[in-house]
Write a protein that binds this ligand. Sequence first.
Ligand SMILES: [Zn+2]
Length: 373
Amino acid sequence: MKANACQGLCRLNIKHYCHAGWKEIVHRTLLSILFVGTVLVSGCRVPVEMPTPAPGIEPIPATEPTPQPHGTLKVHYMDIDTADATLLQGPDFTILIDAGLPDRDEVVPYLKATGVESIDLLIGTHPHDDHIGQFPQVLHAFPVSEVWMSRGITAAQTVQRAIRTFPRVMETDWCVDTTRAFRQTIDAVAASGAAYNEPRAGEVYTLGSARIEVVHPERLTGNLNDDSLSVRITFGAVVFLFTGDAGIDAEHSMIARRHDLRAHILQLGHHGSRGASSQEFLEAVQPEVAIYSAGEVNWLTRFFREVFSSSKPHPEMLNRLAAMDISVYGTNVHGTIVVITDGVTYEVVSEHDTLPVTHDTVEHELESVVVGG
Ligand SMILES: [Zn+2]
């Protein structure tokens, strides 16, 4: 009963109001109020059990040095609308961080086209549909050794998100069906037989020649964005930082815990919105290159986003990056963006640019890292 209520909420389509008579509008409005009230009062939860963490990759002491890389790492920031999917294709590891929106199918074909045959580590930064949407497809298409996620989600959180993201109402994919995407993801993880883990800030892992430091969260707050599983990945001397949709509060937590956050390439949090990438955080990360994933939007969505100051990317954030002389790439402008590195130098190549931007040497070499403290 409760599960049906949760599913039904996501199927309310406000666009139909435009074509309805007043009786229909009153009817739908009353139903909506009754429905939201029922869900909130009952506090219904997603009817899925989280897998019990059973990690396959064991953490290592933080003082252990970064492995020597032999070969090339390509990091693909896929152009898949305002959603994340980032493939790290290394000489001895394959990691996928997030996998786009549900009811679409860009991620598996892209992975196949780049020669991926299996995935060592699949990371879901947080259980929103624009991050785990195509996890079931990925888990069906490839052998996946291990899955990392931040944790679960309640239906009440889904409702809160639907209300917060009301400006998306005019987008075709406005329906915030996180609950369904999450349930399908958990089912697919269980069916895949992959190892499962929910790592926490301060843990360090190696996977082939990649060093993975978990910099967030230390503990969950209940805010799905701010609880985004955030990782700093080092390949030789080149460092990448991924923070999902973590906002400014989460960034402050990372700084307060005194993690070494420095990275040459930063994926901007929350698709480049003004709710992330604070001045303090950018100063802590000191990136040379910033990359965000965002899609083209129609004029009405743009209008709503401007009214609610929720543009992605937000001009305020772009100005901040320009003032700090940080090179910025966005999937809405450059298409898919690929960073290619041998662990010493790196090059940024993008789908819509004729001239790649080459960084002959990393401008600041980073020391091996000790997290926590
Ligand atoms: Zn997102």
